[in-house]
Design a protein around this ligand. Structure first.
Ligand code: PBG
Length: 325
């Protein structure tokens, strides 16, 4: 008979806690928040519990999150005034820029802002198109626009910019432009390894940012590729990224794991809208225990190698962690 009995170390909660190899911490969590122009807030049908918010609601939500132990938010901007170039995205007088300034004035939270054009373009693509009605991205023009957005957010006070357009060279061009404008302290969290995923579905309902024609497969990664993830991560590290993100997270745990091994920068995982929506939907039907399922998912992302996790469960997870027996 074998004397190997791994269950000796599982016999009580204290033993299990003592030998747990990875632990999720409150400090690992980043809460995504959605800004909208105008007063009040609007619920998002496919993401129960999540709203897009005007400035006043946003400030209240941040205060609430901070009380629960959240230290960082990932903020998404938007406008009702979309055009083909997404030009509102770098308008320093916009309501979103005003909201950034207000948040920095009234709270010490770490403010990360998503840098992309898709909530600002009338065609819904993440960059500027080469020709009307043709979903091909003009790389040079898009790089220029993204750098302008990043500088405008930095000048409004964000701590970290997070380019998510999957435009080759975006980290380099943003870093250069930030430094040229004396924002060398502003960090870059790069959506370096971002797959063309069906799990972004609910997110695109928020700002009606579904591409009008075509899809995002010409700039986001093919889900079948793993070596390419390393190529993307290395390129962005070389271009000056401070944090490398893998997105989505749940169906890409193997990718988080290889990226963690390949770069010596912090690795972020984005637990995206579809991953949240599917657990929420099952929980509402009584088919899954939301708390247990969410914590198991977040724990798995950490175990796979993520240092930090962007999640719509951030507030709840912070509470669950502080209640944990
Ligand atoms: C913008 C962006 C997207 C997400 C984050 N930034 C949508 C997309 O690329 O289609 C998705 C976030 C989520 O699904 O939770 N480019």
């Amino acid at each position: 008979m074998s004397n190997h009995r791994p269950d000796r170390l599982r016999r009580s909660l204290a033993l299990r806690n003592l030998f747990r190899e990875t632990n999720l911490r409150q400090d690992d969590l980043i809460l995504p928040l959605f800004f909208k122009e105008g007063k009040g807030s609007l619920p998002i049908a496919s993401m129960p519990g999540i709203k897009k918010m005007g400035q006043a609601e946003l400030l209240r939500e941040i205060e609430k999150a901070q009380k629960l132990g959240i230290k960082a938010i990932l903020l998404f901007g938007s406008t009702l005034d979309k055009d083909s170039l997404g030009s509102k995205s770098y308008d320093e007088k916009s309501l979103f820029h005003q909201a950034i300034r207000q948040i920095k004035k009234s709270s010490g939270i770490i403010l990360i802002a998503d840098v992309c054009l898709c909530a600002y373009t009338n065609h819904g693509h993440c960059g500027i198109l080469t020709r009307k009605n043709e979903p091909a991205i003009d790389n040079e023009k898009t790089l220029e626009a993204l750098a302008k957005v990043a500088v405008s957010y930095a000048s409004a006070g964000v701590d970290i910019v997070a380019p998510s357009a999957m435009c080759d060279g975006q980290v380099h061009s943003i870093r250069q432009e930030l430094d040229k404008n004396y924002f060398s302290d502003t960090a870059i969290m790069s959506y370096a390894v971002k797959y063309a995923s069906s799990f972004y579905g609910p997110f695109r309902d928020i700002y009606d940012s579904r591409p009008l024609s075509g899809d995002r497969r010409s700039y986001q990664m093919d889900p079948g590729n793993k070596r390419e993830a390393l190529r993307e991560a290395m390129l962005d590290a070389k271009e000056g990224a401070d944090i490398i993100m893998v997105k989505p997270a749940l169906a890409y745990l193997d990718i988080i794991s290889v990226v963690r091994g390949a770069v010596n920068l912090p690795v972020a995982a984005y637990n995206v809208s579809g991953e949240y929506a599917m657990v929420k939907a099952a929980a509402l039907k009584g088919w899954l225990d939301e708390r247990a399922a969410a914590m198991e998912m977040l724990g798995a992302m950490k175990r796979a190698g993520a240092d930090i996790i962007i999640t719509y469960w951030a507030k709840e997870a912070a509470q669950w962690l502080s209640l944990r027996g």
